[in-house]
Design a protein around this ligand. Structure first.
Ligand code: CTP
Length: 457
């Protein structure tokens, strides 16, 4: 019932905030996406790091954090949710909500939202029973805010009475009741099968050494998680990474490019393939079964390399089981746009998500990503966004493309004109993509301007 639901969790500054971590874990286990906003006081009770780790997203706290404002904005933060949950809702937070104040990010989001709000109050018994709080709670109820708790019992301040925050299980049940009553909205990718590759591959040199690269798997894993949140059945084929498997996803762990290809082929048919892995281009020919030893001559062993199969190209040109939409990545250090345009054609992909992986960009292995989305007739630049945000926008795009006609006419060149030289040089497609790569809507956040062609740096 909670799969694919988006919950904005506003965490107030109360001792009960530790219970909120358990609530997040249980919501995520049920497939809900949780994004957390904290008040300044909340950070005294629960670390943003634990919240970020459990939500799998960054934690939003400051109203005047200009980067966040540019990236997402408080209005959008409050609208990109199906339900806003305030837990713990302190007396101060309830008072500010009841008064319609907007003096920090939490209250601004609460004032700006057009979504239902559920609060779980937590405070000292005298504060809960105080006429001012009674007034505020009545005001909020009259405004349509739903309440869960508070419960009666012994309190952290050694008093007894109503004021304890409802237990995570009770808040979860209230959230589930809310969605059971809400009209069912089919998640955007319900009934779709998506296969995603992620992380590096390790190609053995001998039994103890291998060729690898710096991919962390963060972007691919985030895409798998976002697709699952959108209701898709997701198979994630992951190379060796140090991050956790995303919830609600079937994960196949592999080491080498050849194993990755076999796992991807086994996951077909699929509606969508997103090949985000940084696959090693070469492997050592006939890697020995025993450790390579120095022979005392001072001469290093000669390592003969052979090329690995290209998984994206295999899927993009699959004669019988090509997914309707094939999305590749392009990790480039030079001429990002031109290389990505050529790579899209060469590998039979519909879209290429290109990024500049020069070490100074910090993208490879980092938390944020700045991408260029290259389609058949154009490209568009997205601002630097957290990888989870890039994943959500990409999944929104995928959902709109799949919702489009089976074989759309070519998009108008004027609308999505790409880098002229690169598209003009590209060879004609062997196979028209079934999904529309014409970018039906720009990503949310700071919009990159959908219609104008952009120059690459
Ligand atoms: N890819 C793949 N199998 C390979 C190599 C790459 O599936 N053996 C996929 C990646 O997952 C990515 C896309 O191809 O979606 C581009 O990867 P990239 O490393 O940028 O391209 P290369 O194929 O290595 O091309 P080049 O050598 O020109 O950089």
């Amino acid at each position: 019932m909670l799969a694919g639901r988006r919950i904005l969790l506003v965490v107030g500054g109360g001792i009960a905030a530790y219970k909120t971590l358990e609530l997040v874990r249980r919501l995520r286990d049920r497939g809900a996406a949780v994004r957390a906003v904290t008040t300044a006081a909340a950070a005294e009770f629960v670390t943003p790091l634990s919240l970020a780790a459990l939500t799998g997203d960054k934690v939003y706290s400051a109203l005047f954090d200009l980067t966040d404002e540019a990236e997402i904005g408080h209005i959008q933060l409050s609208r990109n949710a199906d339900l806003v949950v305030v837990a713990p809702a302190t007396a101060n937070l309830l008072a500010r909500m009841a008064a319609g104040m907007a003096d920090d990010l939490a209250t601004t989001v609460l004032l700006a939202t057009d979504k239902p709000v559920l609060v779980a109050p937590a405070m000292n018994v005298r504060m809960w029973l105080h006429p001012a709080t009674r007034r505020n709670a009545a005001r909020l109820s009259a405004d349509g805010v739903a309440f869960v708790g508070p419960n009666e019992g012994p309190m952290a301040c050694n008093e007894f009475g109503p004021g304890r925050m409802a237990e995570p299980g009770e808040i979860l049940a209230a959230i589930e009741r809310f969605f059971a009553a809400a009209p069912a909205v089919a998640p955007a990718l319900a009934g779709r099968r998506v296969v995603v590759t992620s992380g590096p591959t390790h190609e053995p040199i001998d039994p103890v050494r291998y060729i690898a690269n710096r991919s962390s798997g963060r972007q691919g894993h985030a895409i798998a998680a976002a697709a699952a949140e959108a209701g898709a059945t997701v198979t994630l084929v992951s190379g060796p990474v140090a991050i956790a498997d995303p919830p609600g996803v079937t994960v196949v762990h592999v080491e080498t490019a050849r194993e990755m290809l076999a796992a991807v082929e086994a996951a077909l048919p699929a509606d969508v393939a997103v090949m985000a892995a940084a696959v090693a281009d070469w492997r050592v020919a006939d890697a020995p079964a025993s450790k390579l030893k120095k022979d005392g001559s001072g001469r290093p062993p000669a390592l003969a390399l052979v090329e690995n199969p290209d998984i994206l190209a295999t899927v993009g040109r699959h004669p019988t089981r090509r997914p309707r939409l094939v999305v590749g990545f392009a990790a480039e250090t030079d001429d990002v746009a031109a290389n990505a345009v050529a790579k899209r054609e060469r590998k039979g992909a519909d879209w290429i998500v290109a990024n500049d992986v020069r070490p100074e960009t910090g993208i490879m292995g980092g938390e944020a990503n700045e991408i260029l989305l290259v389609g058949r007739d154009g490209f568009e630049r997205w601002p630097s966004l957290p990888k989870a945000e890039v994943a959500r926008h990409l999944v929104e795009r995928i959902a709109s493309a799949l919702a489009g006609p089976e074989a759309p006419a070519a998009a108008g060149a004027a609308r999505d004109a790409g880098p002229a030289a690169a598209t003009a040089e590209a060879p004609p497609r062997r196979r028209a993509p079934a999904a529309d790569p014409a970018f039906p809507a720009p990503p949310a956040g700071r919009r990159p301007g959908p219609a104008r062609p952009r120059k690459t740096p």
